[in-house]
Design a protein around this ligand. Structure first.
Ligand code: GTR
Length: 361
């Protein structure tokens, strides 16, 4: 067994966040090509200790429009698309694809939702008005958000140890496979987004699937753009797992979001303080950096203490040298706003502004 895949308690402790631009033998990463190799090695670690293994992001799909209607007072087209996936295309889920049929190839946003009700009119209108395609889907069609349940995706792919976060990330990839084949989509301008647990899934999608030009987790916190080693509020570092979600707490409350190895890292008993976090060979800064050189836009509410506004800022800062090395310093963006845990109009407008710059609108 390579030393990286050793049990967590056998790994060396890091003093602070583990370095990004140093490889496992202590050599400095000096070129973009070296980072791309380092990136692959780090992804293997994130899979091993946290997300688990899953199918290739570009596994074949079939898409079928099962309903086609006009929406938003006739301004837009709304397709309900059934996406079939897996061996024999035995799995499926449905997604809504909203777009203007104006003959142009447009950027497209994939959005993982908490419920069947779909995006509210504000987001639909805003996204459409700004010239984007909005593709939304309900994550529980892939696997339920509940403990000890085996969902449709695990039934289709029984060989993988993926947790729900990786399964929900894969749903973004399945959506991307459909969208990139549509005449109204610019395949070089795909965006993955989602809120909270959906933000963690959007980040995983952006790490694992290079077709996403922009990865946009909203309030993703622990296991997303937050930080495992450093917990804090808008006022600073507290290291208090009662105020900010710790690794042990998320592993205890949501064990099915991750693989089995993730259970061995944190303190599973209340109050879920630290255990082996200092030995983990990655942290939130790594998860951000793994998107580079593509763009990362994360938004955080300063009053969302549970999602670690302090640690999110730390992760962003610590990831920056990788984006600098790749020649894209502007691609590591943290949007900090006043307010709580929500994905509201302010976040959407900021995300669209960022995407406009990326896609040179
Ligand atoms: C919380 C969980 C967070 C976040 C949130 C959400 O209960 O502790 O990690 O994912 O749910 O998804 O709204």
């Amino acid at each position: 067994m390579s030393r990286e895949f050793a049990p967590i308690e056998a790994l060396p402790e890091w003093n602070g966040l583990p370095p990004l631009l140093t490889d496992e033998d202590g050599n400095e990463i000096k070129t973009p090509a070296q980072w791309m190799n380092r990136r692959e090695a780090l992804i293997r670690l994130v899979e091993h200790y946290m997300l688990g293994q899953g199918p290739a992001f570009d596994a074949p799909i079939k898409g079928q429009v099962i309903k086609s209607e006009r929406a938003l007072e006739g301004q837009a087209q709304l397709d309900t698309v059934r996406v079939f996936y897996g061996p024999g295309f035995q799995g499926h889920f449905d997604m809504s694809v909203l777009y203007k049929d104006d003959g142009r190839k447009k950027p497209a946003i994939t959005w993982s939702l908490f419920s069947y009700t779909g995006p509210c009119p504000v987001e639909r209108e805003l996204v459409l008005e700004r010239g984007y395609v909005l593709c939304s889907f309900y994550r529980e069609q892939m696997t339920p958000d509940a403990p000890m349940k085996t969902g449709p995706a695990q039934a289709v792919y029984p060989e993988y140890d993926w947790g729900a976060i990786r399964i929900w990330a894969f749903q973004h990839s399945l959506a991307a496979s459909y969208l990139t084949a549509q005449p109204y989509v610019n395949p070089d301008a795909l965006v993955a987004t989602g809120h909270s647990r959906g933000g963690k899934a959007a980040l995983a999608a952006g790490i694992l699937d290079p077709r996403f030009a922009v990865t946009a987790p909203n309030n993703s916190g622990c296991g997303g753009c937050g930080n495992f080693r450093y917990l804090g509020t808008r006022d600073g570092l507290t290291q208090d797992p009662a105020l900010t979600e710790s690794l042990g707490r998320i592993a205890h409350v949501f064990p099915y979001w991750w693989n089995q190895t993730f259970q061995t890292i944190g303190e599973l008993n209340p109050p879920h303080g630290f255990k082996y976090e200092s030995r983990l060979p990655f942290d939130g800064h790594t998860l951000r950096a793994l998107v580079a050189p593509r763009a990362l836009f994360s938004s955080e509410g300063l009053d969302d203490a549970w999602a670690n506004p302090y640690g999110s800022q730390l992760s962003c800062k610590a990831a920056q040298p990788v984006f600098d090395l790749m020649g894209v310093p502007q691609n590591n963006r943290l949007f900090l706003r006043e307010g709580p845990h929500q994905f509201g109009e302010t976040d959407w407008r900021a995300l669209l502004d960022f995407c406009d710059q990326q896609f040179s609108f």
